[in-house]
Design a binder for this molecule. Structure first.
Ligand SMILES: Nc1nc2c(c(=O)[nH]1)N[C@H]1C(S)=C(S)[C@@H](COP(=O)(O)OP(=O)(O)OC[C@H]3O[C@@H](n4cnc5c(N)ncnc54)[C@H](O)[C@@H]3O)O[C@H]1N2
Ligand code: MOO
Ligand SMILES: [Mg+2]
Length: 405
């Protein structure tokens, strides 16, 4: 049986980014750059004023000096003639400096009367000027390939003139639930039946990951119906199934896939939850057969499917960040398989505390709800005491992370 690390490595060796497409920048939120973007022009495009004030040629002027005001220059305008020594122009923030000028005094630092100003403070040569190209120079790489586009990227790409960007296509993921016992939400479960909750968790996670979800409904545990839905799923970039991958008499997912050309990557990983995970491909479609138990399907999604989806979508670094944390409660040992415990983070005195969720049962949804991280517990380890320093895999931003104190 593969270890977690071996299985992830195998997945990342198998998966390559999807094709690229050109999109208007405004449609590319959440996508990943397939190619670097270069600046179309210098930013700022010209030396310009950082203040509402007066621009002039610096010639050693000190407090008390007077300058003749030769005109007014708002942002968006330009001044044709060059300024001579002893002249100034009234200039607004962002307006390009007229030829000859190189220094700006803010309005607050002058006394204006008639057509002249008197400097109230001694200026420094070149002060309050934003230099042409100081942010970006024409032809310079603005952002490299592999950069995910969030709001901050939108601003700088627009400023650099990237009207269209080349981004990786969105992964299309077909999601199939399997199980005779499953009913859709909205139906009242009869004896022995439960609601198809895995679909709702996984469809939500896929949307959070920016994927397009193709719902394939529920397949009963018999080869015919299962085969038909799997065939539809193989038109997607990824077919993700839940249930039917263990050793039970009704676990038919693997053999049904094999009948449709499935090439096995691996079956079973030495982890808990999630041991029966099935991974491989049918032609160009990646296949994840996630175990049916809710906490097992959710954990294997985070540990194995998420890196694959991020790699498909073009992310440079598809793995979860790791965060050093302090354990708030003891974690029992004595398990052969490596475990992954769901849990929450809290901040105290600049450290993050990790508290494992109460009920980690593989058959329950409880432990996943509200979880922000997964704690890997090595197989064969003894008890890990409260207060220990450990590393967790970060699933979402810890509290307070985005807002420095
Ligand atoms: N003899 C053995 N039995 C089991 C083993 C084993 O190694 N030997 N592994 C166990 C582990 S670990 C897991 S995990 C499960 C995986 O089972 P399957 O992937 O075959 O899934 P099913 O048998 O279809 O269902 C298992 C469990 O999950 C519930 N389930 C399934 N689909 C959904 C859904 N869409 N929403 C909510 N709940 C779902 C299902 O009702 C079952 O309770 O196998 C163990 N058994
Ligand atoms: O992987 Mo199973 O999840 O241990 O229940
Ligand atoms: Mg089963």
């Amino acid at each position: 049986m593969l270890t977690y690390k071996e299985a992830v490595d195998l997945i990342l060796r198998t998966v390559v980014p999807l094709a690229a497409e050109d999109l208007p920048l405004g449609d590319a939120l959440g996508r990943v750059l397939a190619e670097p973007v270069t600046a179309r022009w210098d930013l700022p495009p010209a030396d310009n004023s950082a203040m509402d004030g007066y621009a002039f040629p610096f010639a050693g002027q000190e407090a008390g000096c007077e300058l003749r005001v030769a005109g007014f220059l708002p942002a968006g305008a330009s001044h044709e003639t060059s300024l001579a020594e002893g002249e100034a122009i009234k200039i607004m923030t962002g307006a390009p400096l007229p030829a000859g000028s190189d220094t700006v005094v803010p309005i607050e630092d002058v006394k204006a009367s008639g057509g002249t100003i008197r400097l109230e403070r001694t200026p420094k040569a070149g002060q309050h000027v934003r230099r042409r190209g100081e942010e970006l120079q024409a032809g310079e790489t603005v952002l490299p390939a592999g950069t995910p586009l969030h709001s901050g990227e939108m601003g700088i790409l627009a400023a650099a003139g990237a009207q269209r960007v080349r981004v990786v296509r969105t992964p299309r993921v077909a999601l199939l639930s399997t199980g005779d016992e499953l009913v859709e939400l909205g139906q009242t479960p009869g004896p022995g039946q439960i609601v198809n909750s895995n679909y709702h968790l996984l469809a939500a996670r896929l949307q959070e990951e920016g994927c397009t979800v193709i719902p394939l409904g529920i397949a009963r545990d018999e080869r015919g119906g299962l085969g038909a839905r799997i065939a539809r799923g193989l038109e997607a970039d990824v077919l993700m199934t839940t249930g039917g991958v263990s050793v039970g008499d009704r676990d038919h997912v693997q053999e049904t896939l094999v009948a449709q050309g499935f090439e096995l990557g691996f079956w079973k990983v030495a982890i808990k939850p999630g041991k029966p995970l099935l991974f491989g491909r049918c032609g160009s479609t990646l296949v994840f057969g996630l175990p049916g138990n809710p906490a097992a399907s959710a954990a294997t999604f985070e540990l194995f499917a998420r890196p694959a989806l991020r790699r498909l979508a073009g992310h440079g670094d598809p793995l979860q960040p790791r965060l050093a944390v302090t354990l708030t409660t003891a974690v029992s040992g004595g398990e052969k398989r490596q475990r992954f415990l769901w849990g929450t983070l809290a901040e105290r005195d600049g450290r993050y505390l990790f508290t494992p969720s109460g009920r980690q049962g593989s058959g329950q949804n409880r432990s996943i709800q509200g979880s922000q991280a997964l704690l890997p517990v090595p197989g064969g380890s003894g008890e890990i005491s409260a207060g220990s320093e450990v590393e967790v895999l970060l699933l979402r931003l810890p509290p307070g992370a985005a807002i420095p104190a």
